[in-house]
Design a protein around this ligand. Structure first.
Ligand code: UDP
Ligand code: MG
Length: 148
């Protein structure tokens, strides 16, 4: 059963020209891009997206970071997509993330950790709705779907 998640390549990922390498990892794994766009997140949207963290000490820094430049937002589809993408991203802090993961391979920072991925089906649903209109999420079949 295919599921959906919201992935954001954060401002540092874009500025460091890692967009292609990050997407390539998801493609190699056999995941499907259902929607994608380059946007600059407004403070209002950032606060909604990160609402669960609103009382944390790092909240204002986080909003400043995520709104600091363009990001690539995507809806990605696949079986057990949330579990898979969270594993591929690695632990939150770059210095904790295992080698082989996106965060583990490309950084050491607590905040500038390159990528966001929804952490549960419930947050995926909320986050996808925040960033995409239903018509922007495409329904189509991958040519290799019977081989993956
Ligand atoms: N973050 C931070 N300092 C912290 C914890 C988190 O700057 O002490 C940032 C970091 O960019 C992280 C985001 O806030 O990705 C959201 O935190 P969360 O705990 O939800 O981590 P994630 O789900 O992204 O792994
Ligand atoms: Mg989170």
């Amino acid at each position: 059963m295919s599921e959906r998640t919201l992935i954001i390549i954060k401002p540092d990922g874009l500025q460091r020209r890692l967009v292609g390498q990050i997407i390539a990892r998801f493609e190699k794994k056999g995941l499907k891009i259902a929607a994608a766009k380059l946007i600059k997140i407004t403070p209002q949207l950032a606060k909604k997206h990160y609402a669960v963290h609103k009382n944390k000490y790092f909240f204002s820094g986080l909003v400043k970071y995520i709104t600091s430049g363009p990001v690539l937002v995507m809806v990605i589809e696949g079986p057990k997509i949330i579990e898979i993408t969270r594993k591929m991203m690695g632990a939150t802090f770059g210095y904790d993330a295992e080698p082989g993961t996106i965060r583990g391979d490309f950084g050491t920072s607590q905040t500038c950790n390159l990528v966001h991925g929804s952490d549960s089906a419930k947050s995926a649903q909320k986050e996808i709705r925040l960033f995409f209109k239903p018509a922007e999420i495409l329904n189509y079949q991958m040519a290799d779907k019977n081989w993956l």
